[in-house]
Ligand binder design. Structure first.
Ligand SMILES: C[S@@+](CC[C@H](N)C(=O)[O-])C[C@H]1O[C@@H](n2cnc3c(N)ncnc32)[C@H](O)[C@@H]1O
Length: 232
């Protein structure tokens, strides 16, 4: 039942990630109890994922990586394109979520789901596209994750990111409230991600939107999308 499922997710959000254990331990503790309900609840919250994937310029035969892939939900947004990629790697550090991704993609010979750290994992050969969907804000050393993504891309390859953020053009209320609100759940909104990406990519597109928060009376949180090419 959906209200019960929402209640389970809201309980996990209220408990937060805690402060003890490794980053992987915290992810497991946070997502384990809500893993089965993750997709339905996040469908409303994590806006712009489908649009990011629609806009990623990746051709047939491409090698594609999602870093921080969670349950693998985003791979479904590729639709029929997915079967025509050379290979897709879904990487996540949280066991309960990446196991769901593996089950979801089971049987697809061109998809591999890997339990690994996005700041360190590397494919055997350079890839054509890498993307992060709402993962950078959950990776404490997100700059290292971006640098790692750039390292695995071929020159001219595509990096796409969608995530929550705050910036100077947002109201003081937005800049003060949302970073504190999300930090409890290990999500760290930053004003620095967009400039960091723009400094390293030839930007193809950049968008901004606001996602309405479930159960919060129409309150909305800003998110951005950046797609760009690795410089030669
Ligand atoms: C908000 S979820 C987004 C999941 C998925 N991309 C989506 O759009 O549904 C953030 C994800 O980042 C993963 N994550 C956090 N730190 C990570 C790291 N260092 N390496 C790999 N994945 C990480 C979490 O386990 C979680 O699955």
């Amino acid at each position: 039942m959906s209200l019960l499922a929402d209640a389970r997710v809201l309980m996990a959000l209220a408990r937060g990630t805690g402060r003890t254990g490794s980053h992987a331990d915290r992810l497991e503790r946070f997502y384990g109890p809500q893993a089965a309900d993750y997709d339905r609840f996040r469908e409303r919250l994590l806006q712009g994922r489908h649009e990011l994937i629609d806009r990623l310029p990746v051709a047939e035969g491409a090698r594609v990586v999602e870093l921080g892939a969670g349950t693998g939900r985003n791979l479904e947004f590729f639709g029929e394109r997915l079967a025509r990629f050379g290979h897709v790697y879904a990487i996540d550090l949280c066991g309960p979520l990446i196991r769901l991704a593996s089950d979801r993609m089971g049987g697809r010979a061109n998809v591999t789901c890997v339990l690994a750290d996005a700041t360190r994992w590397q494919p055997a050969a350079p890839v054509d596209a890498v993307y992060f969907a709402y993962a950078l804000t959950m990776i404490p050393n997100w700059r290292v994750a971006v640098d790692n993504a750039l390292r695995m891309l071929r020159p001219g390859g595509v990096l796409g990111v969608v995530d929550f953020f705050v910036a100077r053009h947002h109201s003081l209320l937005t800049r003060v409230v949302w970073p504190r609100w999300f930090a409890h759940d290990g999500v760290h909104l930053s004003a620095e991600q967009v400039p960091y990406l723009r400094a390293r990519l030839d930007v193809i597109s950049q968008l901004e939107g606001r996602a309405v928060m479930p159960y919060l009376a129409g309150a909305s949180v800003p998110y951005y999308t950046v797609i760009g090419r690795k410089r030669p």
